[in-house]
Design a protein around this ligand. Structure first.
Ligand code: MCN
Ligand code: MOS
Length: 762
């Protein structure tokens, strides 16, 4: 290597390590070698095993539980029923609203959905617990149940979801060109590889829980409330998570069962849900129905959008899947109305799945826009440009940044959209009908609570600590990059510690907010640590820099010197030792310094969204455009996605390699949603028939074509400290409608019910 090449290599590695560099995952080697220990892999002395028994009816009463045979089975330590499990206190919900009931029993007497936990067995070994659970006889008094959204009537209006301006219905009625159609999405599941579950251990009145978690502090708060102990007495540990996709942000009924069993027995308890139990212990994405009516003039300019949505929710809990989320901001319209209802069905409370709200919302509006384009004889891309929203149509605020026009242009160019022939069924390759479709997507920028501690240690290494998490998105890596860049140390000298509720606080990892929050907090903490180091270096009489007429110093590659190079050059470690310091520690956070301890507590333990995405003068969102090619077999109706080009605006990327991988993950999930995923419910007993990974269809590698992603973002100073917007949830939004639109272009058949299966096409 020549000196020039060496310099080049060094600056390449500096670029790789800095924010914006394509550094590979720093947690990768631990995961590949098995050194990364997941929650259920903890080896604890005296560990016992719990197995849950689920209701076989969808509604009714448990009339009796005969546990005699199970109690005397080998190895059994306890059979827990609503009568024998210890009483817990009610816990507040994730908004922090106080519980409706004073006490809480995680095992049901009144059944409201199939699979609901009614009893549990704890034994010395897992096999003994499984065998004994099979001996427990549960009797029911079954009541009629509603298991399908279509059977539940109009439902309950959720007024908070209503968005209206102008006179949408009257304008629609008089519009020269009109379309109106209904779009449905089925119940879908997060289906993370790692199941739900936990190990709970009590030591006196202190509880430690090893549980995969998207929200350590929020879950710790729930455990503390259930057991009536101070928040500080609960420790959640979750350094590695095998995927969550929205499902792992809450302590759930099974969590309460395991923690209660551990307390009752005075021994640690491990409880891991079976694959079918994963489908009923936390709700999947609610099934949704929408009607979208659009009125336009003959040039394609939208005059009115009328949108009505409904999603299923549970009998004893309300989940709102905000179906108007994208509808209200994607296109300029002088008249708009969106309303939403929820329908109670016998299910576990539905929950968050990647881009809750935005995802099904986009399926409605982005298919409807395509339909309108055909009605008018316009190109679907042209249609979107004619109605481009120059500002947020709802709040009338300026976009913080919106590179959607750029996304349309870059995506169309890379895809070759201009070569598309407009007529449906006009492109083919032998037996295959070829379809080209497109759709846009968006996701809001959420800003909330996060703290980080940065420690400069005596050996010159750096530690970053936060109770936030990495479930595969890349938090470890981007925080290492942020600290390395801010402090001027090589990235391999930075150790990031996450996933322990004893560390500095963090709010929920949901809504694509963590990267922006935590890079901001780490940047702030690291800057403070650096300022302190430089301050001491210049002012402390023991420092070799003391007396140097410099007003600052710079750190590069872990070595500190004056900016112009005069005077000494030391490693951080040498400087700390000259100063007689063990290290330097600083804390940075994303909330105002004036926050009281109580405000802080509320911000990391509840979804107290301190800063709405439309706060102040701007409306903040990430944006994308997907271009998709499908091949539909003319005889069999099988659909293959053969090409995807997506251009995305997530602002500045902290790590393009990881962001691309996130986007691709979302796009792959979108392909699954469009063509495969559907929770099927047995109408007799409300059981999820395909509650396993063999029958619940998810895409495999063979289903996924080459996916090209193009970043069109620019730094957005209004969205985060370092200029990034959300990445994790954006990619999925708009994929399903782009595919549905491509299928229409291929076949001339409009499928408005997901998934697009072959029987809907032949
Ligand atoms: N990133 C970036 N530049 C940005 C923003 C993000 O390079 N401007 C990259 C970083 O690698 C960052 C990642 O994208 O770690 C995701 O950042 P962000 O969009 O802030 O999302 P969160 O960190 O809050 O992660 C949560 C988000 C959500 S809500 C779901 S659901 C989801 C997702 O991330 N679930 C996932 N991605 C997932 N990825 C994996 N592997 N597994 C899941 O369960
Ligand atoms: Mo993501 S569904 O908000 O955890």
């Amino acid at each position: 290597m020549t000196v020039h090449e060496m310099k080049h290599a060094a600056s390449d590695s500096a670029r790789l390590e800095a924010v914006g560099g394509r550094l590979s995952r720093v947690d990768g080697p631990a995961k590949i070698t098995g050194a990364a220990h997941y929650a259920f892999e903890q080896q604890l002395e005296g560990l016992t095993h719990a197995v849950l028994i689920g209701a076989t009816i969808a509604a009714g009463k448990v009339t009796a539980i005969d546990s005699r045979a199970a109690e005397t089975a080998p190895g059994v330590l306890a059979v827990l029923t609503p009568d024998t499990i210890m009483e817990l206190r009610g816990a507040s919900d994730w908004f922090g609203s106080p519980p409706s009931r004073k006490t809480y029993c995680p095992l049901a007497r009144e059944v409201t959905y199939s699979g609901q936990h009614v009893a549990a067995v704890v034994a010395e070994t897992f096999e003994q617990a499984v065998a004994a659970a099979a001996l427990v006889k549960v009797s029911y008094d079954e009541a009629p149940a509603i298991v399908d959204l279509g059977d539940g009537g109009d439902g309950i209006p959720i007024d908070a979801m209503t968005k209206e301006w102008g006179d949408a219905e009257a304008t629609f009625a008089e519009a020269p060109v009109r379309i109106c159609a209904a779009y449905n999405t089925p119940r879908e599941f997060q289906a993370a590889m790692e199941p739900h579950g936990l190990i709970a251990r009590w030591e006196g009145d202190e509880l430690t829980v090893w549980e995969p978690s998207q929200w350590l502090d929020g879950m710790a708060r729930t455990y503390a409330e259930w057991f009536g102990i101070p928040f500080e007495k609960v420790r959640l540990v979750s350094p590695y998570i095998g995927g969550g996709f929205g499902s792992k942000a809450l302590a759930l009924a099974h969590s309460a069962v395991a923690a209660a069993a551990a307390k009752m027995l005075g021994r640690p308890v491990k409880l891991v849900l079976t694959r079918p139990q994963n489908f009923t212990s936390y709700g999947g994405r609610a099934a949704t129905r929408q009607t979208v009516a659009i009125g336009a003039d003959r040039n394609g300019k939208i005059q009115s959008i009328v949108h009505r949505g409904v999603n299923e929710t549970a009998v004893d809990g309300t989940w709102v899947e905000p179906l108007g989320a994208v509808t209200s901001i994607m296109y300029a319209t002088p008249n708009f109305s969106s309303k939403q209802n929820v329908v109670r069905v016998n299910t576990v409370v539905p929950g968050a799945k990647r881009a809750p709200g935005e995802n099904p919302s986009a399926f409605g509006i982005e298919c409807a826009i395509d339909e309108l384009a055909y009605e008018l004889g316009l190109d679907p891309l042209e249609m979107r440009l004619i109605n481009y929203a120059e500002q947020d149509p709802h709040t009338k605020k300026a976009w913080s940044t919106r590179q959607l026009r750029e996304a349309f242009a870059a995506g169309a160019e890379a895809f070759g959209w201009a070569k598309r022939s407009a007529e449906p069924r006009s492109m083919r390759d032998g037996h295959h009908l070829i379809g080209w479709g497109m759709a846009a997507g968006t996701y809001p920028v959420r800003r909330a609570y996060g703290e980080a501690v940065v420690k400069l240690l005596s050996d010159g290494s750096v530690e970053v600590e936060s109770s936030s998490i990495d479930m595969g998105q890349g938090t470890y890596t981007i925080l290492a990059q942020t600290a390395a860049e801010t402090l001027g140390v090589p990235v391999e000298r930075v150790l990031v510690k996450l996933g322990d509720s004893r560390l500095a606080r963090a709010g929920v990892t949901g809504g694509s907010r963590l990267a922006g929050i935590m890079t901001g907090a780490v940047h702030k903490a690291a800057s403070q640590a650096l300022d302190e180091l430089i301050g001491l270096a210049l002012s402390d009489p023991r420092s070799p820099f003391h007396g140097l007429q410099a007003n600052t110093l710079v750190v590069k590659e872990g070595r500190i010197a004056s900016p112009r190079g005069e005077g000494p050059e030391l490693s951080i470690s040498e400087l700390l030792s000259a100063l007689g310091r063990e290290g330097i520690e600083a804390k940075g956070d994303t909330v105002p310094a004036s926050f009281t301890p109580e405000q802080r507590y509320n911000n990391y333990t509840t979804i107290a969204m301190a800063l709405p995405h439309t706060e102040g003068d701007y409306s903040r969102h990430s944006w994308c455009a997907h271009f998709v090619e499908v091949r539909v077999d003319e005889d069999f109706g099988t659909v293959r996605v053969s090409r995807v080009v997506s251009a995305l605006d997530s602002g500045r990327l902290y790590n393009p390699k990881l962001a691309e991988s996130q986007w691709k993950g979302g796009i792959i999930m979108g392909i699954g949603q469009a063509l495969l995923e559907e929770g099927i419910v047995d109408r007799r007993h409300g059981r999820i028939v395909n509650g396993n990974l063999a029958d619940y269809m998810l895409p495999t590698n063979a289903d996924i074509p080459d996916i090209q992603t193009i970043s069109v973002g620019i730094p957005d100073p209004h969205s985060s400290a370092l200029g990034g917007k959300g990445v994790g949830e954006l990619g999925i939004v708009g994929v399903a409608p782009a595919i549905a639109n491509a299928v229409f272009h291929a076949t001339g058949k409009r499928v408005r019910d997901l998934p697009i299966t072959l029987e809907k096409l032949i």
